[in-house]
Design a protein around this ligand. Structure first.
Ligand code: FES
Length: 148
């Protein structure tokens, strides 16, 4: 009986040791995987921030812009260079008319009072005093993602 109890205790101790070792290795790995999943893009997200899918990057030529509908505030995504994209509001900062893209000279034009903005949203001419609102944009797996 004593031998049997001794054997049981040894077996129990060994199993506890194995379980403890497994948990010691598993817990940090599970924490790392969970943290990676929650922050998959590596981008810090503000509370309430939304990700807007804005179409494929490869179909937007360098120097071109694409209008993306987004509720009351449509957005233009602009491909500035081979690997650089940015996003600006498509709403004029004067009295909120929706802008048009002028591909001939790469500017945004306002049909209401002839305001004009460059492709990064800076005022070029007309009554607007403020530049266009910019949004963080990135490319993930050939999809343009804008953070609104
Ligand atoms: S609303 Fe755009 S210039 Fe006036």
């Amino acid at each position: 009986m004593k031998d049997r109890e001794g054997t049981d205790l040894d077996r129990r101790g060994f199993l506890r040791f194995l379980a403890g070792g497994f948990l010691a290795l598993w817990a940090p790995a599970a924490g790392f995987v969970a943290a990676s999943f929650l922050n998959a893009s590596g981008t810090k997200h503000r509370p309430g921030e939304r990700r807007l899918q804005c179409g494929t990057f490869s179909t937007l030529a360098v120097g071109e812009a694409r209008l993306v509908r987004h509720g009351a505030e449509p957005i233009f995504v602009v491909r500035l260079a081979a690997s650089k994209v940015m996003a600006v509001s498509a709403i004029c900062t004067h009295v909120r008319c929706v802008l048009r893209w002028n591909r001939d000279n790469g500017t945004f034009l306002c049909p209401c009072h002839d305001g004009a903005f460059d492709k990064t949203g800076n005022v070029l001419s007309g009554p607007p005093k403020r530049p266009l609102r910019q949004y963080p944009a990135e490319v993930r797996a050939d999809e343009i993602i804008v953070h609104t």
